[in-house]
Write a protein that binds this ligand. Structure first.
Ligand SMILES: [Zn+2]
Length: 145
């Protein structure tokens, strides 16, 4: 975890949320992977979501829930994410279907929608932000940017 300050745009500290998440992590990561197999990064404690910036936690879950609902049952175990990361302050989600299967169009649309949405969400605190700014006003100010 980074040393950034976890406050949202209203100045409310989110550190407690993040700590609670950490406590929930151990017992639930296996359950999460059973339901969302693409989150498996071969670790007992962490999932793919934990590799993303904290401010995008809700965004990333929104994406996973929509994917789970949209994926046909026979593709759930074949849907893979090669890499998920931040690039130019935007979420990048590189997915594929195992065995050279074709990616359903609605899955492509969902991923595009969330990648675009990430441009409007501060990756530090999760508050809304202008798309042309790397972080929200509060986080920019608190980091003297
Ligand atoms: Zn922020």
């Amino acid at each position: 975890m980074s040393n950034l300050c976890y406050h949202n745009a209203q100045g409310v500290c989110r550190e407690k949320d993040i700590k609670e998440r950490g406590a929930n992590r151990l017992e639930s990561s296996q359950a999460l992977i059973n339901k969302y197999p693409w989150l498996d990064i071969g670790d007992d404690e962490y999932t793919l979501i934990d590799l993303l910036p904290d401010g995008w936690y809700d965004l990333a879950w929104g994406l996973c829930i929509e994917l789970r609902n949209a994926l046909p049952p026979h593709l759930i175990d074949k849907y893979k994410v090669a890499e998920a990361k931040e690039k130019y302050y935007m979420l990048r989600w590189y997915d594929y279907i195992d065995d050279f299967g074709e990616m359903p169009e609605d899955i492509v649309d969902i991923v595009c929608k969330y990648e675009e949405k990430s441009r409007g969400v501060c990756m530090i605190c999760g508050a809304p932000k202008p798309k042309d700014q790397p972080f929200c006003d509060y986080c920019m100010e608190s980091r003297n940017m």
